[in-house]
Design a protein around this ligand. Sequence first.
Ligand SMILES: Nc1ncnc2c1ncn2[C@@H]1O[C@H](COP(=O)(O)OP(=O)(O)OP(=O)(O)O)[C@@H](O)[C@H]1O
Ligand SMILES: O=P(O)(O)OC[C@H]1O[C@](O)(CO)[C@@H](O)[C@@H]1O
Length: 251
Amino acid sequence: MYDATRILGIDGGYRGFYSRNTIPLTPKVVNDIHKRGGTILGTSRGGHDTSKIVDSIQDRGINQVYIIGGDGTQKGASAIFEEIRRRGLKVAVAGIPKTIDNDIPVIDKSFGFDTAVEEAQRAINAAHVEAISIENGVGMVKLMGRYSGFIAMYATLASRDVDCCLIPESPFYLEGKGGLFEYIERCLKENGHMVIVIAEGAGQELLSQSLLAMGQDASGNKLLQDVGLWMSHRIRVSLMLHTNFTRFDIL
Ligand SMILES: Nc1ncnc2c1ncn2[C@@H]1O[C@H](COP(=O)(O)OP(=O)(O)OP(=O)(O)O)[C@@H](O)[C@H]1O
Ligand SMILES: O=P(O)(O)OC[C@H]1O[C@](O)(CO)[C@@H](O)[C@@H]1O
């Protein structure tokens, strides 16, 4: 349709530009990929060297580049576009937002997001079933979302079983009046069980007060502490010390 006679797939993210091999993307190769999750091209973090990438585009005679990924990927695409413009090359660059987190504001919804929300329902259902099976059961579900709570929030709204949803965009505190522990105690007294959904980036500022900083991944994203484990432990200690519940469990 677009007279593109040769379509090359770049293997494993930006670093794939430096490797010798590319993946030929023929209609036959891509025929079923929409039915699978993930990516047949592979993905990676880090390894973006704008100049080397544009050299590779130039050497291979590529004239259209489609770059699929999240916010970091799109920043990389923008750098590639600037370098291509600086060199005066006739190459089009298109950034295609695709992130499970749905945190690219120029589009309403990125593909992958709906699937993540749907899958999250299964975890929430399982946590709920466990929580109602025991006295004062707290089902805790940690969902993806480094800087964004969309998955956690949509999964919570879609489920009738979640009592509390914690996301990075909305700071919270644990102790004292209006704190999380007070709310948990109230829920348990009223219902005998509860389900908490927590996005992995939520409450990181609380954790870093008590644990060592973790550094960065290869893309420069801050490495996160495991808020799920930490929170379960804190809830357990709080229920033990500050309530008269004789039986409870965090699942
Ligand atoms: N400012 C930037 N300039 C150039 N390249 C970048 C920049 N930020 C990130 N990248 C590159 O983009 C690629 C993907 O970035 P990152 O690992 O942060 O994932 P992402 O695209 O944000 O997707 P995800 O939703 O999985 O986090 C990496 O190869 C990284 O080196
Ligand atoms: O395990 P990794 O590679 O750090 O990736 C986790 C991050 O990637 C995402 O799954 C997608 O951006 C985020 O929700 C999450 O914070």
